[in-house]
Design a protein. Structure first.
Length: 73
């Protein structure tokens, strides 16, 4: 006899149990503002670098390690 595991047809939804940290929201808002301000335009190297820093800050904030980021120019 072969046993096969039963997998539910509809897996239970996954819910976040922790509230979103304010720095995550702030970083996300800054990213949106930068992207919206440059819609349809080419980005300067400075704007591209700013975007990269904002993404790093957002990623760090989502993991709760934003305090140790040093911005590079």
């Amino acid at each position: 006899m072969v046993l096969t595991p039963r997998i539910p047809a509809h897996p239970a939804p996954v819910f976040l149990t922790q509230p979103v940290h304010p720095s995550v929201v702030e970083a996300n808002d800054a990213i949106r503002a930068l992207v919206d301000s440059r819609a349809g335009q080419d980005w300067t190297p400075v704007e591209a670098a700013e975007y990269e820093v904002l993404l790093i800050e957002w990623a760090a904030a989502t993991q709760g390690i934003a305090a140790g980021i040093i911005e590079a120019a």
